[in-house]
Design a protein around this ligand. Structure first.
Ligand SMILES: Cc1cc2nc3c(=O)[nH]c(=O)nc-3n(C[C@H](O)[C@H](O)[C@H](O)COP(=O)(O)OP(=O)(O)OC[C@H]3O[C@@H](n4cnc5c(N)ncnc54)[C@H](O)[C@@H]3O)c2cc1C
Length: 391
């Protein structure tokens, strides 16, 4: 079967859904399809994260991560209020032990340079009065940090996009993509029911493809790149990094999010405590490097590496000495899609275009991708307007 749409969005995670909503609002006369290989939306990394609305403290000032996180955070709180998505702005404590004060100062300076001006410094007794079970010598209080029910959020985005005419194809995988032989538009090979015996292949042509395929995004970008389609920049290298979570059974010892100072190697935020909307506490994610041969989603092992409990306990005890290790139970794991290179790595939006059609690839959308999603979608829609494909 062959058919045509104006815009094809690949991947129905939080980014694909936010973009589908934004483009369907911006371009009411265009036909937009959202293609997702799973049987329902939001089953990839978007359902395997901490569900934290980040304040924007850690990213290089003026980077896409910093800009989209800060703008996205405000848009997200506003969205939740407007559309009744469960959210709680519970705030977070970053806690430092003796000798780590300098790291805390660097976070405060970085946050200020990024435009986050409401951080408060706390001493040991102020920390203890907020969180009696936390032991720390100094801390920072971030009142803008919160938690969200990400599935309700994604369901809400989908509902709005569908009300604007979005076509959703589930259990449908993008196989190949290349410029059309006619030179006009892109041709996408779609495999519906791809994991069942009833799999069927069809061709869809479009003028804009937005690649939001998360862990699969680089492979798609590479395919189009290899077909000779001009690109505004070279594609980055990406590695996948696992993050394991352990739940803390029973009543939560904390009422706010508790983060240690980040890992000095820049690898992760340190094993922190987050709460879900039901008030349960979990610890994680850690940073587990995956073997280089794990380069396809089929080979991914999403089970929690339970052997890391000891490592978790050791790190958590630094700020929570009363930890009862027997209450740490393996919960779930998520995979970061991380651009490689030294130092801070930003999100990358790579464009490939001719006069007639374009592809935009979202690469390296690790944390704070959930927080950033609405701002990223807004930015992308502005860029699509500039491309003038649908005037
Ligand atoms: C451990 C962990 C913790 C995190 N914590 C936070 C947090 O607290 N706050 C925050 O803001 N961010 C957090 N993040 C980041 C956030 O979860 C991600 O940035 C965000 O979910 C990425 O969304 P996405 O739509 O780009 O990707 P995904 O959610 O992975 O969606 C991509 C979709 O594309 C589909 N797909 C892939 N290939 C194809 C194909 N060929 N054809 C069709 N469909 C395809 C997949 O099935 C998937 O549904 C965390 C990430 C991790 C890993």
């Amino acid at each position: 079967m062959n058919f045509e749409v104006d815009i094809c969005i690949v991947g129905a995670g939080v980014c694909g859904l936010a973009i589908a909503r934004q483009l369907s609002q911006l371009l009411p006369g265009t036909s937009i399809a959202l293609i997702e290989q799973a049987d329902s939306v939001g089953q990839g990394t978007s359902s395997r994260n901490s569900e934290v609305i980040h304040a924007g403290l850690y990213y290089a000032p003026d980077s896409l991560k910093a800009r989209f996180c800060i703008a996205g955070r405000d848009l997200l709180y506003e969205y939740c209020r407007q559309y009744q998505v469960p959210v709680r702005q519970i705030g977070k404590l970053i806690v430092a032990q003796s000798g780590e004060e300098e790291a805390l100062n660097r976070i405060a300076e970085n946050a200020r340079a990024s435009g986050v001006v409401n951080l408060q410094s706390l001493n040991a007794s102020q920390i203890a009065s907020r969180e009696p079970l936390v032991r720390a010598d100094a801390g920072l209080w971030s009142p803008s940090t919160g938690i969200i029910d990400s599935h309700e959020f994604m369901g809400s985005l989908l509902g709005q996009a569908q009300a604007n005419g979005l076509m959703l194809a589930l259990a449908t995988r993008l196989g190949d993509v290349r410029p059309r032989d006619s030179g006009k538009g892109l041709e996408l090979e779609l495999i519906s029911n791809w994991h069942r015996v009833s799999a069927e292949t069809s061709q869809v042509s479009c003028r804009l493809m937005v690649n939001c395929a998360g862990l699969g995004a680089l492979a798609i970008a590479e395919r189009l790149h290899q077909s000779g389609f001009a690109s505004n920049q070279a594609l980055p290298s990406i590695k996948w990094v696992k993050g394991n979570y352990f739940t803390y059974q029973g009543r939560s010892p904390f009422s706010h999010l508790i983060y240690p100072v980040p890992d000095p190697t820049g690898n992760g935020l340190g094993i922190h405590a987050t709460l879900d909307m039901a008030g349960s506490c979990r610890f994680g994610p850690d940073v587990e490097q995956l073997a280089p041969y794990i380069n396809s989603e089929e080979r991914l092992d999403l089970s929690v590496n339970a052997s890391r409990r000891e490592l978790f306990a050791e790190q958590i005890r630094r700020y929570f000495p009363a930890l009862d290790e027997s209450r740490l139970v393996p919960d779930y794991a998520g995979i970061r899609t991380r651009i490689t290179g030294s130092g801070f790595q930003d999100f990358q939006l790579v464009e490939q275009k001719t006069e007639d059609c374009a592809a935009i690839h979202l690469l390296g959308i690790e944390s704070p991708g959930l927080t950033a999603s609405l701002a990223l979608a807004k930015h992308l829609a502005e860029r699509v307007s500039q491309l003038e494909l649908f005037n």
